[in-house]
Design a protein around this ligand. Sequence first.
Ligand code: C5P
Length: 232
Amino acid sequence: MGKDVIIACDFSSKEETLAFLDKFSGKKPYVKIGMELFYAEGPAIVQEIKARGHQIFLDLKLHDIPNTVKKAMAVLSRLDVDMVNLHAAGTRAMMEGALEGVTRPDGTRPLVIAVTQLTSTSQERMQEELLIHAPMDETVMHYAANAAKAGLDGVVCSPMEAGKVHETCGKGFLTVTPGIRFADGDKGDQVRVTTPAQAKEIGSDYIVVGRPITAAADPVAAYERCVKEFVG
Ligand code: C5P
């Protein structure tokens, strides 16, 4: 499995998204489609971007009872996406249901990645509101281990956690890491950030990069800089 840079296409309309992708004339970067764009434009936007030749990470973070997630995943797998995700908090039964649902009749399936604890959840809120009393890093590793036991392919995590996830779940267990900024870039609302080169060094398998590329004066140059630093 090759390392790759995934562009977070956090746009609210098809027009904006396609105008952005048109700038990459000839190049076909791996793109992440999230809830905002999917709910605005529906499955057609996924099919359209796929038909243009891009690989797609469909970031919808499913979390429901196992049977519902299994059936929803079966529908998503028909969109021919390359990566989907869900919340590990849904338990191993839900993750196993997801894998069953997402597997196509010919045995192929997209990569299935788990969200452990959202990076927007602080340890304090997790302990006080969710009554999860273990420290954050222990909780994240435990959820990652559950995902691995359920047969999932990896987790979304901070690049800073990627090394420990590999130690806990094995080298082949994928780490998909947002929170990437260039050394000379603006952090925005992200707090714990690394550069693409640092993410490579720590062992991230995929980096997810939004605003450093989408808001750059020259998005194609910014993407190429990411690829150069991360993939080499
Ligand atoms: O613009 P930026 O590079 O911060 O975008 C990062 C992308 O990764 C966004 O789509 C964001 O929702 C997503 N993400 C994240 N942190 C997580 C999970 C997903 O930043 N823990």
